[in-house]
Design a protein around this ligand. Sequence first.
Ligand SMILES: NC(=O)c1ccc[n+]([C@@H]2O[C@H](COP(=O)([O-])OP(=O)(O)OC[C@H]3O[C@@H](n4cnc5c(N)ncnc54)[C@H](O)[C@@H]3O)[C@@H](O)[C@H]2O)c1
Length: 250
Amino acid sequence: MFRLDGKVALVTGAGRGAGLGIIRTLAKQGAHVVVNDIDPAAAAAAAEALRTAGGRATPVVFDVTVWESVRAAVAQVVREVGPIDILVNNAGNAGSQPMQLKLFVEMAPEDWQPFIAVNLLGVLNCTHAVLRGMCERGWGRIITISSGSGQVARPPGASLYGAAKAGGAHFMRHLSQEVARSGVTANVISLGMMNHLPEEFTAPVIRTIPIGRLGTPEDIGAAVLFVYPIGRPQLPPGRSPRGSAAGSSP
Ligand SMILES: NC(=O)c1ccc[n+]([C@@H]2O[C@H](COP(=O)([O-])OP(=O)(O)OC[C@H]3O[C@@H](n4cnc5c(N)ncnc54)[C@H](O)[C@@H]3O)[C@@H](O)[C@H]2O)c1
């Protein structure tokens, strides 16, 4: 297995759930993990657990939905830890609000905002904050965690969540075409149901899964490594990558 020593990886919403598996995997492979969460205690505890296990980790608290906070936090990370090589857009669901299913006909416009804010605008904010620096250095990895609800119209009551997840995923497809020649990859991992949800949600779903179990945080960590290509772009003779190797932007 390849190593990530010397790489700086920012993982959003990493204070619990799937994010914990992602940061444990990246830290185990040698990356310095910047553990973001909107909840300061969750970010601090997750980073401390990585350090206790022998990894390198720094907690960074910001709300992915607020552009100015994201921009300032990324600039601080670049100054204090180093340029960000890997971004995992993991913060999602309904953000800091509890995830609740509600039919669209019953929703008011203010109910739409949390889903769009964290699952689409949050992805745009964090990606934009790190992208120019990655392109200038000619290397970067961006991975956005999406959901099966962004691909199929299930479950009923998740239309805004599904729409925002589909938007974040399709943005990644476009982005991948724009930045490939700069040595930056953009990928999406769409999760099914995870094992940390309440049993009332998970019990009916487990019965439909042939292997009889839900996803675990470690499964997602492994998937993040799987979509991490090692090589650089191979360009036709005479065509140089976009950007330079000596950029200093975040
Ligand atoms: N849990 C599932 O079954 C499931 C299924 C499919 C996809 N997903 C997706 O996987 C990702 C992780 O899901 P999860 O269930 O592990 O998450 P979770 O809801 O258990 O935890 C998310 C973390 O993100 C933090 N957070 C919330 N809003 C934030 C914001 N605005 N800025 C920064 N941090 C914020 C929370 O404090 C929390 O620690 C999400 O993108 C989610 O949409 C989850």
